[in-house]
Design a protein around this ligand. Structure first.
Ligand code: BES
Ligand code: ZN
Ligand code: ZN
Length: 463
């Protein structure tokens, strides 16, 4: 990761090999390089060789525009050979933090499978007048985002459930938090038969990873649950070839809840947090679970399986049951649950579902403040009726082709006990978790969706 160093000098006095300056809405008159920029017909960004300055235009000085522009500026340095740059950090705390995060996240690239590793000459970014605590927070959040992105980007042959467990254990050790891994035997004892059914045809054994962080002054207990499908082939309801590609990213929710708890531990927040990851691979084979099967979930509810590609909700049903035994004050699941959510909200936004309108709204605004896009989706009784089953307590797919994100959320809701209904939120991150192009502060592939929003949620609601 890039090193950000705060120098208590005026921007002009900082000695660096190069510099970045923001231009507000093409106002270049007051700039040293005004004439050259005019000649170049400056629009979005321009690097001026003579002054070693990269000018980046921002439409407004809003935190969202500044964050995105910072990521863009740093990416431009991939083609330049400077080892350090001084960065014109403008605005108040919120804007400054946004810029720092844009710098750090914009510098991410994934080259694990390239024989020639990307050589990024830039090592250090100098800023001035920025509080150390903002740099620390940005470093911690970016570190988590880097970990989540790299885990999600890792191919399914490498990133198996056992691999996720190993990484979680190592990271937990470093962050001094607890990590317990439940293997197949323990999952049987826990009666997680829905999760085990999904996992059955895979040669990679499933596990549930349970991480715990507990501050001695903790007043609230927040439990995160993540869908960790290391691969989703669809199972016997096999996905068409084009839709199967990118399904290594079906572990994004699980990876996100790992990143979230690590960030919270490193921030040292006065709260108790648990992350529960259902790490499973959904494959085909002679022993695969089938459409027509009926599964008995950990909560005791029976589930009619009509489509093995609606597997995430089966894994989550059992993990949510386990999570409620921890008696949370808030219970939040993150999952790449439905294509329907991507169709409804677009690729850049996550869906927020649950029974507590106020809590949903709070999450929505905290997420949006954090720079993540999230929108509420609303339950209703007519959609609920679509997951009724003739032969079991509930069916794993809806009888209609419409409203798939919400009917999936309603399915999860069936496994939330009455006393936790108002404490639960379901975040469908299927869109933004993995996008095959650069966008905002994210590079091609995994984004680390959910980390920023949920850390802000814990900062606010964990008190
Ligand atoms: N993992 C997928 C959802 C998904 C789709 C995530 C696209 C990211 C991008 C999930 O397990 C799935 O296959 N859902 C089905 C549900 C359907 C069978 C009711 C879907 O969305 O098509
Ligand atoms: Zn699926
Ligand atoms: Zn899936």
């Amino acid at each position: 990761m890039l090193k950000i160093t705060n120098l208590n000098q005026d921007f002009k006095e900082i000695k660096a090999q190069s510099r970045v300056i923001f231009v507000e809405n093409l106002q270049i008159k007051h700039l040293d390089d005004c004439e050259i920029l005019e000649e170049l017909n400056f629009k979005e960004s321009a690097y001026i060789q003579s002054s070693k300055t990269l000018y980046i235009n921002v439409k407004t000085l809003s935190v969202d525009d500044l964050r995105e522009a910072s990521a863009k500026a740093i990416r431009a340095f991939k083609n330049l050979k400077f080892e350090n740059v001084k960065f014109d950090v403008v605005g108040g705390e919120e804007e400054q933090y946004g810029i720092l995060l844009g710098i750090l996240c914009g510098a991410y690239s994934f080259d694990k499978y390239k024989s020639e590793k990307s050589s990024f000459a830039l090592k250090e970014v100098f800023v001035c007048g920025v509080q150390e605590k903002l740099i620390e927070k940005a470093n911690i959040i970016a570190q988590s985002i880097y970990l989540v992105r790299s885990l999600v980007n890792t191919i399914p042959n490498d990133a198996t459930p056992a691999y996720l467990a190993e990484v979680a254990k190592q990271e937990a050790l470093q962050a001094k938090i607890e990590c317990k891994v439940l293997g197949v035997e323990e999952l049987r004892e826990e009666k997680m038969e829905a999760l085990l059914a999904v996992a059955r045809a895979s040669s990679h054994k499933p596990c549930v990873i349970h991480l715990t962080y507990k501050h001695p002054n903790a007043k609230k207990r927040i439990v995160f649950v993540g869908k960790g499908l290391t691969y989703d082939s669809g199972g016997l309801s096999l996905k068409p070839a084009d839709y199967m590609v990118t399904m290594k990213a079906d572990k994004s929710g699980g990876c996100a809840v790992l990143g979230i708890i690590l960030a919270i531990a490193k921030l040292g927040l006065e709260v108790e947090v648990h992350s529960v990851i259902g790490a499973v691979e959904n494959m085909i084979g002679g022993n695969a679970y089938k459409p027509d099967d009926v599964l008995i979930s950990r909560e005791g509810k029976s589930i009619e399986v009509r489509n093995t590609d609606a597997e995430g909700r089966l894994v989550l049903a059992d993990c949510l049951s386990y999570a409620q035994d921890l008696k949370p004050d808030y219970l939040i699941d993150l999952a790449t649950l439905t294509g329907a959510c991507v169709v409804g909200l677009g690729e850049y936004s996550s869906g927020i579902m649950g029974y507590n309108e106020e809590l949903k709204s709070e999450m929505e605004s905290l997420a949006n403040q954090s720079g993540e896009l999230m929108n509420k989706l609303h339950f209703n009784k007519h959609l609920k009726a679509l997951i009724d089953s003739k032969i079991a307590d509930v069916c794993n797919i809806s009888s209609s082709r419409y409203g798939g994100a919400i009917t999936a959320g309603l399915f999860l809701g069936e496994f939330i006990r009455e006393e936790y209904k108002d404490k639960w939120l379901h975040l469908d991150i299927a869109g933004p978790a993995y996008v095959e192009r650069e966008w905002d502060i994210n590079s091609y592939g995994a984004s680390g969706a959910g980390v920023r929003a949920c850390v802000e949620f814990v900062i606010k609601k964990g008190k």
